[in-house]
Design a protein around this ligand. Structure first.
Ligand SMILES: C[S@@+](CC[C@H](N)C(=O)[O-])C[C@H]1O[C@@H](n2cnc3c(N)ncnc32)[C@H](O)[C@@H]1O
Length: 259
């Protein structure tokens, strides 16, 4: 008789399920492929890479596992446990360099990178626009002359922003803000507009509110569960924006380089 060995490895609970189970795998790996393509297009031998806000390194590994040639990747992450997990997870198969336990705001280096990438972290960089701009400007100074800055983030018209009950993230978090910011500074900016569909069919085909409320917490970046009335309004928004049981968060890959 076969045995189920995996209870000890069950890591999904509550809000995490929204990222790892709802996201359409094909869409996400198309996004990963586009990042890999941009990394590969920088032809330096032995690329120096920096991942800003690597978390536990899942996205980092998906990218590093697929790039061509030699590289060394430094990791920056302000959460101590996440950074330790990332190191343990990545070190066996990937070439990891320095680990920086800090936020982008407090980070500085004389190193220059061929590639700097960041996946869905800009929402947490700053409390105000001035500080945010300062960090956008600083990021670019870490690049080699032929280097590329790759930022994955959501555009204004993302269903993620459209289904929120109130504005949680300031508008300078939108992809469009970053694009205009770097264009105004005369950097070359290309945008790859990608799909990131999230399944919500399970929420729509039940009258129970458990998954709805967990999804609410994810979308509103909160530890608190919503009141029933707010959950109901939220459900109305999901119904309005879903297509065939999917929302589309519409990931943008912003590629910034010197002209
Ligand atoms: C949504 S997670 C994304 C994690 C990872 N990049 C990925 O795509 O799977 C956001 C990450 O940004 C990190 N973060 C939060 N504030 C940050 C800051 N000020 N500078 C850099 N990273 C930050 C968080 O600790 C978390 O790991």
């Amino acid at each position: 008789m076969a045995k189920w060995h995996f209870w000890g490895e069950k890591e999904f609970s509550d809000v995490y399920e929204n990222i790892y189970i709802r996201a359409l795998t094909k869409d996400w790996f198309d996004i990963v492929s586009q990042v890999v393509k941009e990394v590969d297009s920088v032809k330096t031998k032995g690329k120096k890479i920096l991942d800003i806000g690597c978390g536990e390194g899942h996205t980092t590994k998906q990218i590093l596992d697929r790039i061509k040639g030699n590289y060394i990747c430094d990791l920056l992450e302000p959460n101590e446990n996440a950074l330790a997990s990332a190191e343990a997870f990545l070190a066996p198969e990937n070439n990891i360099g320095e680990l920086y336990l800090r936020s982008l705001a407090t980070f500085n280096t004389k190193r220059k990178y061929d590639i700097i990438f960041t996946s869905h972290t800009n929402y947490y960089w700053a409390l105000n626009q001035k500080d945010y701009d300062r960090q956008l400007k600083k990021l670019i100074t870490f690049l080699k002359p032929n280097g590329k800055l790759l930022i994955l983030t959501l555009p204004e018209k993302s269903n993620h922003y459209q289904i929120m009950l109130n504005q949680i993230y300031p508008t300078f978090n939108y992809a469009e803000y970053i694009i205009n910011f770097y264009r105004r500074l005369n950097f070359k900016v290309r945008i790859k507009k990608l799909k990131m569909r999230m399944f919500v069919g399970d929420i729509l085909n039940t009258t129970k509110a458990f998954d709805l409320k967990i999804f609410y917490r994810f979308i509103h970046n909160t530890d608190s569960f919503p009141k029933d009335s707010n959950a109901k309004t939220f459900l109305g928004k999901i119904k309005k924006y879903q297509k065939n049981n999917y929302l589309d968060f519409k990931d943008y890959l912003i590629v910034v380089s010197n002209l």
